[in-house]
Design a protein around this ligand. Structure first.
Ligand code: TRP
Length: 345
């Protein structure tokens, strides 16, 4: 395995990279707490690269206008959440054309069966999603995204663990076949599921874009009045006690989790504070905490989206930074696998 200090592009701080697909017009509170909000503090410790995985989004047939709109929205969400494009590289995957090139080289090192064993692919096709070859090799593109930047860590959710494992396998394999110093083997950095957010109307089910009804879902771009209304009508129970007990009191527990994740107050402290109070008081406070987090986010989003040219410039600058590293990696990889250099003239 290659130590960071030996790589030609080794940064002073370890590099991290993560990406998000432009597949929705607004994140919901679960994605926000589970991913984006965790990316923000990592900027202090790491040389961070955050990108919009627009090429990955093409695996599901989507209207081109919708992909374009959602790509800008996704980038704006990074920035509105607190990712600082001056410090961290914020870019679109498709702007760095080395990604599909590295994917091809990695694809030629991947066994057919390895892709067939990917659980996300199996789940999607089992649900009847019509699979194209892009969906099948999705994890190889993801491996290319990661290995391109000599990333030391990749902060992702538990659902991406298998993709990180195949990325590590591919890096090790390339190094064995073509030389130890070809690729950096990344370490997983699985974000703890610190807070699992449930549907407000059916708290036995995870809050999700596809399965939740609008009333069960808190979206970051919802107006404050709408958020408050949804929280006030969240399903609870009839025993009247404010206590964290996800098994017997999933609705109340979910409200406590949401409060705690956004306010930073420990659940035990909330339980103590709400002794003798009714659900109305809890809901009122959760609504305050949620709206005071989401309102500045929504306002910043609206500012950013009002000036798409500026957003595009930010993305172009981010892509320039990303490309500086990508070209160095690709020179190394092309040479290692036996592709002729472009020389002469
Ligand atoms: N597959 C990831 C997801 O759906 C998105 C992604 C694409 C990604 N490339 C990546 C995440 C590289 C981390 C690193 O969440």
């Amino acid at each position: 395995m290659l130590a960071m200090s030996e790589t030609p592009t080794a940064p002073a701080r370890p590099r991290i990279l993560s990406g998000m697909q432009p597949t929705s017009d607004s994140l919901h509170i679960g994605n926000f707490i589970g991913a984006l909000n965790n990316w923000v503090p990592l900027q202090d410790e790491f040389d961070a690269y955050y990108f919009v995985a627009d090429l990955h989004a093409l695996t599901v047939p989507t209207d081109p206008e919708v992909i374009r709109r959602r790509s800008r929205i996704t980038a704006a969400q990074f920035i509105a959440a607190g990712i600082d494009p001056e410090r961290s590289a914020v870019f679109c995957q498709s702007h760095v054309q080395e990604h599909p090139e590295l994917m091809w080289i990695l694809a030629c090192q991947t066994a057919f069966g390895e892709m067939g064993r990917m659980t996300q692919f199996k789940d999607k096709t089992a649900k009847g999603q019509n699979a194209n070859v892009g969906l099948f090799i999705y994890p190889i593109l993801m491996a290319a995204d990661i290995l391109m930047y000599d990333a030391a860590y990749v902060p992702v959710g538990e659902d991406q663990r298998q993709h990180l494992e195949i990325t590590r396998d591919l890096a090790v394999r390339v190094n064995q076949r073509f030389g130890e110093n070809t690729l950096v083997v990344p370490e997983p950095y699985i974000l703890k599921e610190s807070a699992k957010i449930q549907d407000l109307q059916d708290p036995s089910m995870k809050m999700s874009k596809t399965n939740s009804t609008p009333k069960g879902l808190l979206e970051l771009m919802d107006e404050p009045g709408k958020l408050t209304k949804k929280i006030k009508s969240a399903v609870t129970d009839t025993d009247g006690e404010i206590r964290y007990d996800p098994e017997n009191k999933p609705g109340v527990s979910n409200l406590l989790v949401i409060h705690s994740a956004l306010s930073g107050t420990k659940i035990a402290d909330l339980e103590r504070r709400f002794v003798g109070e009714g659900y109305g008081a809890l809901k009122g406070e959760v609504a305050d905490v949620v709206t005071s987090t989401f309102t500045p986010f929504r306002e910043r989003m609206n500012e950013l989206l009002a000036d798409p040219a500026e957003l595009d410039r930010t993305l172009a600058k981010g892509a320039d930074r990303a490309r500086e590293i990508a070209v160095v990696t690709m020179d190394r990889v092309r040479n290692a696998v036996g592709l002729l250099p472009v020389t002469g003239l």
